[in-house]
Every structure is written in C-alpha cells, then in structure tokens.
Design a protein around this ligand. Sequence first.
Ligand code: MN
Ligand code: MN
Ligand code: ZN
Length: 264
Amino acid sequence: MRIGAHVSISRGFPSVFDEIKSIGGNCAQIFSHSPRSWRFKDPQNVEEFRERYKKEDIKPIVIHNSYLVNLASMDEELHKKSMENTIKEFETAKSLGIDYVNIHPGSNRDPKIGLRRIIDSLNRIETDVYLLLENTASKIGSKFEDLEYIIENIEIETGITLDTCHAYAAGYDIVNDLDGVIGRIDESIGLKKLKLIHLNDSKFDLGSKRDRHEHIGMGKIGVDGFRKIINHPELRKIPKILETPVDQRRGFKENIEFVKRLIE
Ligand code: MN
Ligand code: MN
Ligand code: ZN
C-alpha cells in the first residue's frame, strides 16, 4: 500500500525523502513554499531532488497549493495573485519532476459564478503536470458534481483527490455507505480519475460542513470506517496521504503504523 503524509521541506526539497522515511511512509505531499505567504523562491537542489526521486521508492510526491489561493474570487487583486501562484506551482512541479499539483477549487458567494471563474482561470494555464482537484467540506467542491463540472470544462489533464474528512463533513456517509459514495464518484467523475486519497478522520459529524482533521480512528469516521476505506477493493491501490494533527497523542509515524495495522 502507498501511504505517506504531508511533510515539511524546511530543510530543502531533497529532505522530503528522509522526512518520509523517518515516519515509515512511501509517498508524500509538500508545500512548495510557505502556504500562508505569496512569496515564492526558485526551487533549490532541483537536480539532487530529481536524482533521488528516480532512485527512491517514494511515489507519488504531490504539491499542495497555498491556502491563500482562490481562483473563484471576485477580488481582482486576489485573483491575479492566485493565478500567478498557481502557475508557479505547476512550474515548480515540472522542474522537480513531481507528478501532481493538488488544489482546492475556491470559494465565491455565488457558486455558479465561482465555478465559471475557476474554469476560466484553469483554461489560461498550460502545463503537462497532472492537476488534482480536492473535494472540500463546504463551498465549491463539496459536491462531486462541482469537480465533475470543472473537469469537463477544462483542457489540462485533471483528476481528483478524495479527502475523507471533507467528504464526511460534506455529508457523504463513507462510514455506513462507502459503496454508495464510491458509486457516486464513479457515476459523476469516474473512478479512473481518483488519483489520491487524503486520509483524515473528522472531528465533526456527518454533514457538519466543518473542516477539522482528527487522528485516524479517533474521530467520527472511526476505526471501523477506516478499516473499510483502506481495504476497499477500489481504494486499495490509490495512494493515501495523511494530513492528521501532530500533537501529544500522535504524530504521522503513529498514524501510519495505525493504518498499516488495519490492512487485511
Ligand atoms: Mn487540501
Ligand atoms: Mn486534504
Ligand atoms: Zn481539511
């Protein structure tokens, strides 16, 4: 099974391999720069990263975009910065040889206008790096149909990331009706396009629309919920990235060990 976590590159891009090994993972997600800043540095140690990526059995590696980005925004300044930032993410991924750029669709008071703005924005981007649209707990992207609509209307190659916490908070009952939810993804987007799972438990209830991650098995999805998710035949082969808290109860290492023990 491919399981990893969102790790820091504060010691440089190539350090992701040591970070991931130290927690027992074999795939990873990173921010290419501080996710709460617009500042972008040109990536360093690109060659070293590419060399190690070829050699190491740590795949895939995914770039997650910045929290500040909103491609659906009506604010021209914010939208312009969001476009520039998104283009940079793709350029960085391309130079490092990274497989995917994962983005949150965005938000707008009028979801219809928001969807249109996201589509127009993404159609101004040229790249051969694969885009992943992440489902959200509320707003645009909380329905699989939103993601389907974007994918149908843009040119670049695009799939989805299924965040288990976001899906549950958005009202998809992956605990009692996992087959049903997987069926709905297949009917709308198509399971072939599901490339990544963000494996997070949820602090809040089904349909709460609240995005608060919890340690695997300690939240509302629970141990049995994750046992089913991890062992589901359609989900087994999809890489899983933890975005769980790091606190006195557990870190990523303990959550990865916990998940591995659920494999049947
Ligand atoms: Mn995310
Ligand atoms: Mn996520
Ligand atoms: Zn979240």
